[in-house]
Design a protein around this ligand. Structure first.
Ligand SMILES: [Zn+2]
Length: 78
């Protein structure tokens, strides 16, 4: 048993679907660790971080996407 070393960042992978051409893509985001930083998908959704994300579909140029899934974040209890 050792001390848990906090990661420098909280990695998440967002799964996005373009609203125009329906292509799915993923985006890795890393958040700083600290007070009020979301640690799991639910907290991420409720946070303001997603509102700051800019989406730009490469094939069609659409800037509107739907968030269809989130992976990552910290998992507790394992
Ligand atoms: Zn598109």
């Amino acid at each position: 048993m050792g001390l848990a070393v906090p990661a420098a960042t909280a990695p998440f992978t967002l799964h996005l679907r373009c609203d125009n051409c329906m292509r799915e893509s993923t985006r890795d985001i890393r958040l700083p660790v600290g007070e009020g930083i979301p640690r799991d998908a639910d907290e991420l959704i409720e946070s303001a971080f997603l509102g700051d994300l800019k989406f730009n579909c490469r094939p069609c140029g659409s800037v509107i996407a739907q968030l269809v899934g989130i992976e990552g974040g910290y998992v507790y209890g394992y």
